[in-house]
Write a protein that binds this ligand. Sequence first.
Ligand code: CP
Length: 299
Amino acid sequence: MARFMHLISIDDLSKDDIVHILKRAEEFEDVARGLKVSKLLEGKILTNLFFEPSTRTRMSFETAMKRLGGDVINMTAQEASSIAKGESLADTIRVISKYVDVIVIRHPLEGSARFASEHSEVPVINAGDGAGQHPTQTLLDLYTIMKECGRIEGLKIALMGDLKYSRTVHSLIKALNLFDNEIYLISPESLRLPEEFLEEVKAKEVTLDEVIEEIDVLYVTRIQRERFPDEEEYRKVAGSYRITAETLSKAKENLIVMHPLPRVDEIDASVDKTRHAKYFDQAFYGVPVRMAILCEVLL
Ligand code: CP
């Protein structure tokens, strides 16, 4: 039986739920790599309802569903749907939930996925709501840490970059706290983590130089240009941080560098060839993790 119907926020999951999903994901790795065949979700249909661009989230949900024998309907172009005629999000969800078994939604407005779940007869999964939450990214981030560091607790983890608008950070920081990690925050002054998170989680603001020799994970984020109300404010911080292979010369041998991707210029290509770079593996891990999530809500 499903442990939860919708997945809107990482707060919807207990520590046990998270551990359960990560263990289940590990069982799906061979299927995710196409080495084993599974028909677990045969007869089920997923719709990807994306009102914002996506490569990894949309495609890894589609891959996960298809590798498990299910089917996918994509609705990416608002112009080609009745939303262009003025249909509300509530009505769109009411209707789509008559056709499919699970809805994956990405929308620029914070709270939109929760709103969608209130009008759906089938499970709704939040694939990113504005600067709000991105819980499935958090689960694959934790999975990456588990696979690459061997555990998800007792680690020193630095979150670097746009901590103000990055929904991946907003979800991840809450989950990392559940697992008793030491969290460091590294960001330009104008992109600091909002106070509401600082009140809720334990984290320390530092510079990269102060912690580079001791951290186990460096999680870098892009400046979320699309969330800035004022383009001038974006220009003031654009290009203000960049990790290169040289930056990592003092790091622990087994430091891992993560990034939810896409990157712009915050991680130089020179890092890709180092043993620290794990962001492309991280993108792959989205497939087994999303398989585990889909099985949780559909079976
Ligand atoms: N990490 C992530 O959400 O990537 P996409 O925007 O490509 O889905």
